[in-house]
Ligand binder design. Structure first.
Ligand SMILES: [Zn+2]
Length: 325
């Protein structure tokens, strides 16, 4: 479904900066929730909020939170270097630009008081200080270009490194299958420091991370993976205790252990010697693995691929088109 960008700013505006690029654009402004606090105009179409400067203008919601009204392209200029190293090849940055732009347009909902939050929950956005010349050049080179599937904005997902096969959205999030997010082979991300990884955990540490309701299994003595999905990721973990065993969903287990400790669910080996307190885990990739593999985009760009080819690989069946067509 195509989500329209709202034309009306969120609730009432209490202040606006000069020469607002967000409202001078032919496109309506995005609404990024910055949070509670005071904002003040800084001139030249910018304002200050909690020590940072932002393009566009701001409104204050009834609950006191500040919302940045910002032009789509200005927003993407700040997001791209936060989500991908600005030192990466131009085609990779152009790919990220198209993803960032499409992500916004696909998710914006005029019924909400704002479109986005400025964190990993949506996309990281630090205003003007987040911008970088290389990323701005990539945003300009792809200005107004979006990813569509059957005329609708594509649903965008990306993560750092897929480890060799991207994940299907339906397996990752137990949701309805999306044809272009079914998972593909990736042969371009082996430069990532997390393409293969090794983690040494303790049974005690794993047990301490789990919900108290699982304590009935007794002391944890082993960890198994009885079920994997088509990409090879752990769908189910079995926690073997002295009294009993329980199974938990892979994504819930990773959340409990911590996504930085268990870097992905593409676990290739679990080693536990009887009576040892340690458990060794080998795996591949960093992140959920759905959609764009950013290190894969890096590898494809170095091999000469352009952004449309990279996006066609990770989102098969989609096309890059002009927003205003
Ligand atoms: Zn990959």
């Amino acid at each position: 479904m195509i989500a329209a960008v709202p034309l009306v700013p969120a609730r009432r505006a209490v202040a606006q900066s000069d020469a607002d690029p967000a409202t001078s654009s032919s496109r309506p402004a995005l609404r990024v929730l910055l949070g509670p606090g005071d904002a003040s105009s800084a001139g030249n179409g910018t304002f200050a909020f909690q020590g940072r400067f932002y393009r566009g203008s701001f409104t204050r919601l009834d609950d006191g939170q500040i919302v940045n009204l910002v032009d789509l392209e200005a927003y993407v200029c700040s997001v791209v270097p936060a989500e991908m190293s600005p030192r990466w090849p131009p085609a990779a940055l152009e790919t990220q630009s198209i993803c960032a732009r499409t992500y916004v347009l696909q998710r914006s909902d005029p019924r909400r008081a704002y479109d986005l939050v400025p964190s990993e929950l949506d996309q990281v956005y630090h205003g003007i200080e987040g911008e970088s010349p290389n990323a701005t050049a990539a945003v300009s080179a792809t200005a107004g270009r979006v990813l569509r599937y059957n005329a609708a904005f594509a649903q965008i997902a990306y993560s750092s490194c897929c480890g060799g096969h991207t994940e299907s959205s339906s397996d990752a999030w137990s949701s309805i299958p999306i044809p272009y997010l079914a998972g593909v082979v990736c042969t371009s991300c082996s430069d990532s420091p997390y393409f293969r990884w090794y983690s040494s955990l303790t049974l005690e540490g794993i047990a301490a991370s789990l919900p108290a309701s699982l304590a009935t299994i007794g002391d944890l003595v082993d960890l198994r993976i009885p079920e994997r999905d088509a990409s090879g990721r752990a769908r189910i973990f079995e926690l073997v205790g002295r009294n009993d065993s329980v199974t938990v969903q892979g994504s819930a287990f990773r959340r409990a252990i911590g996504p930085r400790t268990l870097r992905s669910l593409l676990i290739t080996a679990v080693q536990h010697w009887p009576d040892s307190p340690d458990i060794d885990i080998e795996g591949g990739g960093l992140g959920h693995g759905v959609g764009l593999c950013q290190w894969g985009a890096h590898g494809m760009a170095l091999a000469g691929a352009g952004a449309p080819a990279i996006l066609a690989h990770y989102f098969p069946g989609t096309v890059v088109e002009d927003l205003e067509r």
